[in-house]
Design a protein. Structure first.
Length: 157
């Protein structure tokens, strides 16, 4: 039987390809980010198209538009939850913010992992943003999602 650590390796499914990204490299990064975030349990990550993210966003959040990342926390059975990422939105964000699509997908994975850990930037008075910023620096990532979507960052654009 495989070691217990084998079961904690994130599962990555690439339905849509992104330049410079492989399922194996994302799984390795997600494992490091998950440990850094202190999140326990199995994580699944789906990189798919904007149409699928729109469908999921409409179904689970009642918002009829594509988005960059969605998180679906799980409860129990050794599962942390699932993350869905739009390859098209990630590529557009990467170009907009001046970094690689691979770096953008990693930013989105970190953001999704923090949501799975129970943080919510829409309600927590900056707690998630501060944690995401600290982890971003530790993991060598560009600007975090909550930082660049803050009111101050939007005024600069």
């Amino acid at each position: 039987m495989p070691s217990r650590s084998f079961w904690n390796v994130p599962v990555v499914i690439l339905e849509k390809r992104i330049r410079g990204v492989s399922a194996a490299s994302l799984a390795r990064f997600a494992g490091r980010a998950q440990r850094s975030a202190g999140l326990r349990g199995r994580v699944s990550i789906l990189v798919t198209g904007s149409a699928e993210l729109r469908r999921l966003n409409r179904r689970y959040r009642r918002q009829d538009h594509p988005t960059d990342v969605l998180s679906f926390p799980a409860r129990g059975n050794g599962l942390a939850g699932d993350i869905a990422i739009s390859a098209e939105v990630a590529a557009a964000n990467a170009q907009r913010f001046g970094h690689s699509p691979a770096a953008e997908v990693k930013v989105l994975i970190l953001h999704g992992l923090l949501h799975l850990a129970g943080l919510d930037h829409e309600r927590d008075r900056g707690q998630m943003s501060r944690r995401e910023e600290r982890l971003r620096r530790a993991l060598g990532l560009p600007a975090t999602l909550t930082r660049r979507n803050s009111p101050a960052a939007r005024k600069k654009s």
